[in-house]
Write a protein of this length. Structure first.
Length: 295
């Protein structure tokens, strides 16, 4: 039986770059309502429904969520990538996803913002978080009393307070170690602590502190703790360590308003987007401890 053909319409250059080998073998890692995750030789990529938010691991297709479900793809099914196509063996036959006409986006975050732009972003992010109530990391900044009543947020609050104290003392390694204890903390497919740390890494880049000793040791320690969370969340952290972030994060360089920001980030999971935004806000706050003479 000939494979049924579908199109990948949009992808990140990071994802496409991982598929440039002559042939890659893998399996279906997991299947969700709008996403089929593929495990390919140590990397994770996501076939997603049309209209999904673009992330570094995204391969967005021309299928609706219902059509993706109808493919009857199951975890463990074999996958072959060859000649710009992805072949996935499903219960109803082989599916072919063609990348040749996909629109490719560079999601590498590289623009350093001015101190004035960072101040603007801090203000607008706080405003955006104040308008959002997902019961997750935004409460650490908008309703601390309520956050203290939620066990995982109370734990996160203690770690952020400890990290602030250590950063004030220029104890970069100890501060990074405390923040790494957020890995795997929280609810959802990608725990909020992981999304928050992705945001911290993005915020340090936006503020121009990617080469600061704190940023370097934080990156190194996160890399050493990727096994402390699930595969999907680890994939996003791995991307963040390489400066690869969602389209929503990249659009912060255009200095959107709070309402525009909220619209972008609320499309990313129940709270994953705003948890990432919280991490960016926290990193922009931390810059006051990372004086230039400490480079």
């Amino acid at each position: 039986m000939n494979p049924v053909k579908y199109a990948v319409t949009t992808a990140s250059d990071y994802a496409v770059g991982l598929l440039r080998k002559p042939s890659i073998y893998g399996i279906v890692h997991s299947v969700y309502r709008k996403t089929v995750n593929l495990a390919l030789e140590g990397e994770l990529l996501a076939l997603q429904a049309a209209g999904s938010p673009l992330s570094p691991i995204s391969l967005i297709t021309n299928l609706t969520a219902g059509e993706i479900n109808a493919l009857a793809l199951s975890p463990g099914a074999s996958v072959l990538v060859q000649d710009h196509v992805i072949l996935v063996n499903g219960t109803n036959g082989t599916c072919l996803f063609d990348l040749q006409t996909a629109s490719i986006h560079n999601l590498g975050l590289s623009k350093d913002l001015s101190s004035e732009a960072c101040t603007y972003l801090q203000k607008e992010i706080f405003h955006a978080l104040s308008l959002r109530d997902a019961g997750s990391f935004e409460l650490l900044f908008t309703d601390r009393a309520r956050a203290e009543s939620i066990p995982f947020l109370a734990a996160a609050q203690r770690r952020l307070s400890d990290a602030d104290r250590l950063l004030q003392g220029c104890c970069w390694e100890d501060a990074a170690a405390v923040l790494c204890r957020l890995i795997g903390l929280g609810l959802g497919l990608t725990p909020g602590g992981d999304d928050f740390l992705c945001g911290v890494l993005a915020g340090l880049i936006l503020a121009g502190y990617r080469a600061h000793p704190f940023a370097l040791t934080l990156s190194a320690q996160i890399k050493g703790h990727l096994g402390d969370t699930n595969d999907i969340s680890a994939a996003f952290l791995r991307c963040a360590l390489q400066g690869q972030f969602s389209l929503a994060v990249n659009r912060l360089t255009a200095l959107p308003s709070a309402s525009e920001m909220l619209a972008l980030f609320c499309k990313i999971g129940h709270s994953s987007g705003t948890d990432t935004l919280c991490g960016i806000y926290y990193a922009l706050q931390c810059v006051r401890f990372l004086s230039p003479e400490n480079f």
